[in-house]
Every structure is written in C-alpha cells, then in structure tokens.
Design a binder for this molecule. Structure first.
Ligand code: ZN
Length: 185
C-alpha cells in the first residue's frame, strides 16, 4: 500500500490580501507569514507531496456574488491584485511546471466550494491538508470546515496564517483546534 500523501494549501496569498496597498489587506500580519510559507512549500515539493494555491478569482461588481455587498472589490480576474505576493510570486514562477504544484481559482471562501479540489486530493491519495495563507478567520477557517466534513485531517501552521485582526485570528485557531480537531503547529 502506498504511503498517504499530504497537501499544503496556500490560500489567498496575493497582493490584494497581503500588500500594504492591497484592496483587502491583512497587512503586516500577512507579510510576516511569507518565510514560513516558502519554507513549507519547499519541503512539500522535495518530499513529493503537493502544493496547491487556491486563490480568489472575482469579477468586478458581480451583482450575483454575495461578497460584492460585503467587501471592496478584490482579487479581480486579470488584475495584478491577484498576483501572488512577494517571494511567493517568484517561488510559483520557479515551481509551477512541477506536476505536484498548481494554482487553483476559487470564487467562495472555502477552497472546496465550486472547485475540483476534493476530487484532485482523493485521486492522489491525500488524507491530510496543511493550511497557510489568509484570512485565518475567513477563507482558512471555511476551508478547514469543509475539509473536516469531507474527512480530511487538518494541520494549521500558525506562523503561516494571518487574520482580519489578532482577536479574530486567535478565535479561528481555537475554533479549528477545538471543533474541527485541527493540529495547530
Ligand atoms: Zn473574495
């Protein structure tokens, strides 16, 4: 029997969510995740595991999208706001041709909603998802909830996730640990 695989999900680590001038930024808390994310990404590639980058892809002022009423426009298709931030942009350019690395558009908070992520993970024998990126209390939390309901083991790297505030970040980490059985490391 082959050894079960693991996947690192780098969620929404883009200019709009991380840069000081991004449209919906976590600011410094997000920027501080950069080195942890790159270190983990390199480890996952070397160990023949998977690195997947689920990234918001929105249409400008889409009247049918619920986020249009909740947030300023962000991660709009075809704009540099969707570019990966900082070192991750370079990392992805250098690694995107590997068949265990790919970016994946999503339109909802959870990386599993309206995407092939669950199928892609199951076909590859992935049983554990590792979560980094933003925001701890929105897309990371909602991805963790769906992963829990689909039967995945969850690991959250606390130095690799940033929230909308320190309080919301801590709430989400505790929620994932206590209610979803996530390992927080
Ligand atoms: Zn969004």
């Amino acid at each position: 029997m082959s050894k079960s695989k693991e996947a690192l999900l780098i969620i929404d680590y883009t200019y709009d969510f991380i840069d000081d001038h991004g449209a919906l930024t976590c600011g410094k808390a997000g920027q501080d995740c950069e080195d942890t994310i790159i270190k983990l990404a390199n480890e996952f590639v070397v160990n023949d595991n998977y690195v997947i980058l689920p990234t918001d892809c929105h249409k400008l002022n889409d009247p049918f999208h619920p986020e249009s009423k909740l947030f300023p426009p962000h991660n709009i298709e075809g704009t540099s706001g969707r570019d990966f931030y900082g070192k991750l942009k370079i990392w992805y350019e250098e690694n995107s041709t590997k068949n265990n690395v790919w970016a994946m558009p999503k339109t909802r908070y959870s990386s599993f909603v309206g995407t092939n992520l669950d199928l892609d993970l199951r076909m590859r024998g992935v049983e554990t998802v590792h979560l980094v990126g933003t925001c701890t209390d929105i897309c990371v939390l909602q991805t963790a909830i769906y992963a829990y309901n689909l039967g995945y083991k969850i690991v959250v790297h606390q130095d690799g996730v940033a929230g909308t505030s320190p309080e919301n970040h801590q709430f989400a980490l505790a929620n994932m640990k206590n209610n979803l059985g996530a390992t927080i490391i």
